[in-house]
Design a protein around this ligand. Structure first.
Ligand code: B12
Ligand code: SF4
Ligand code: SF4
Length: 395
């Protein structure tokens, strides 16, 4: 019986971690080979900071912390009741208003980086106090070079799903993953022996075909990447497939049978929800100051105001709601070039004389070559559309 390991686990649970496992500090050679291959095949394209050097460092914990002996892997649920699960959720319900776009669950509450990072720091400091000696440690949650999922899998927290997320017995895949590399000597936990079996629900459900094979995501096709990490235009052919997701995407997790009975999070920072969905027109009208104030403690700030407005245009174009035409026409005139281009696309999708009028007017005063291409494409779409008098998708 490894009493040190038990004490570490008990303390981590006291601090609010739902899942704790221990693995060795040996290298993750097999995952390193896979990640490097993904990079070379272009499947991580669009993430300039995701480099070979980062992968090599992250897969060799003893390079990050000389003298490392073990890794404490943690998981923390962000699963909170959805509309209907526990009665109506009022203003913050994911689909409450027809003018709202969807927000991925992981960003409904406070920024997990801050919440979990603080707990990991408390874990290391508390353990040092309890053991009566300073612990040498490095800790990460999503913000370091380590492959968080590979660590969690080897520490027995969960298993890889075909959508590449780590699935856990108790909390499904709705868990954030983090780890502490330490100089503490502890017996590793065995990995779980579970698999997806013959299920392929997530692969079938992904609207952009981003799960190109079991356990393989093409980053450049994933709505999560397109709406959060991507700083440029969204490829035109993918826009209609993105539905009304305005920040992240949960489809491959929503359909996963393992998530049906996932326990809820006890963490108030995640339970006190704020952003289960966002009013799309409101996003278009938001100033930089309003953006900063509203999303200060939220993971949503990562998309930046311009990114969110770009995403809102795509979602409005896909929703087919012609009441958004005045707001789209306004950003087509006064927005940033990236947003103007996507507003033009959305107006082309919505159609009708008002949208066509805004596009014609914009054509006469626009001087950004990329926006001009978008406006011309939108006008061409309208000219060829047999239903140019009624918005697309409208009943
Ligand atoms: C880059 C990144 C992204 C990118 C790229 C995704 C990707 N391909 O990894 C984008 C922006 C698309 C993204 C999206 C999301 N992300 Co993200 N992301 C990361 C990040 C920073 C790095 C991931 C990485 O290194 N990928 C490299 C590739 C090679 O790894 P992989 O896809 O997991 O592939 C492994 C498996 O395929 C496995 N494998 C390969 N072949 C086989 C075969 C078999 C049989 C088996 C069993 C396994 C297996 O080995 C590979 C290497 O380990 C991590 C944080 C971190 N530092 O680890 C968070 C992280 C993975 N993301 C996370 C989350 C929550 C998300 C989203 C759910 C957010 C959302 N709702 O919008 C989506 C999910 C999309 C999806 N289906 O994966 C969580 C995942 C938590 C969990 N339970 O798994 C992480 C761990 C952050 C955290 N610390 O909590 N993400
Ligand atoms: S997050 Fe959405 S787009 Fe990305 S793989 Fe899952 S279902 Fe596909
Ligand atoms: S939906 Fe099915 S295949 Fe996909 S991760 Fe869940 S169990 Fe695995």
């Amino acid at each position: 019986m490894d009493t040190l390991k038990n004490r570490v686990k008990e303390y981590a649970q006291e601090l609010g971690f739902d899942l704790v496992g221990i693995t060795s500090s040996e290298s993750f050679a097999d995952h390193q080979a896979i990640a490097l291959e993904r990079l070379r095949e272009g499947l991580m394209d669009g993430l300039p900071w995701y480099t070979e050097a980062r992968v090599r460092r992250g897969c060799n914990p003893e390079e990050i912390l000389p003298g490392a002996r073990s890794i404490i892997a943690v998981g923390m649920s962000y699963h909170v009741p959805d509309e209907g699960d526990e009665g109506p959720v009022g203003r913050e319900g994911r689909r409450e208003s027809p003018g709202d776009g969807k927000v991925a669950r992981y960003s409904w509450g406070d920024d997990y980086h801050m919440v979990i990072k603080e707990k990991l720091k408390a874990l290391v400091e508390g353990l040092s106090r309890r053991l009566g000696r300073p612990i040498n440690a490095r800790w990460y949650v999503d913000d370091g070079p380590m492959l968080d999922r590979a660590v969690a899998q080897r520490a027995g927290i969960g298993w890889f799903g075909k959508n590449t997320n780590i699935l856990t017995r108790s909390h499904g895949s709705w868990v954030f993953l983090g780890q502490v590399i330490t100089d503490l000597e502890m017996e590793p936990d065995p990995p779980l022996k579970k698999t997806c079996g013959s299920c392929v629900s997530c692969i079938d459900a992904c609207p952009t075909g981003a799960i190109v094979a079991p356990y393989v995501i093409d980053n450049a096709r994933c709505i999560s990447h397109l709406t959060i990490e991507n700083r440029g235009p969204i490829p035109v052919h993918l826009r209609p497939l993105m539905l009304d997701w305005v920040f992240g995407c949960d489809i491959c997790q929503d359909v996963c049978p393992v998530n049906r009975k996932a326990a809820y999070s006890e963490e108030t920072a995640f339970r006190d929800r704020r952003f289960t969905s966002l009013d799309l027109v409101n996003l278009l009208e938001m100033t930089e100051e309003e953006f900063r104030e509203r999303f200060r403690n939220s993971p949503i700030k990562r998309a930046k105001r311009m990114g969110l407005q770009r995403n809102a245009c795509v979602a409005l174009g896909n929703r087919g709601d012609s009441t958004a035409i005045p707001a789209l026409s306004s950003v087509l005139r006064y927005g940033e070039p990236l947003v103007r281009g996507h507003a033009a696309w959305a107006l082309g999708r919505l159609g009708g004389p008002e949208a066509a009028g805004s596009l014609e007017l914009a054509l006469s005063h626009e001087d950004d070559p990329e926006v001009l291409v978008e406006i011309e494409a939108a006008l061409a779409e309208l000219a060829h559309s047999p239903v140019s008098k009624s918005p697309k998708g409208a009943p």
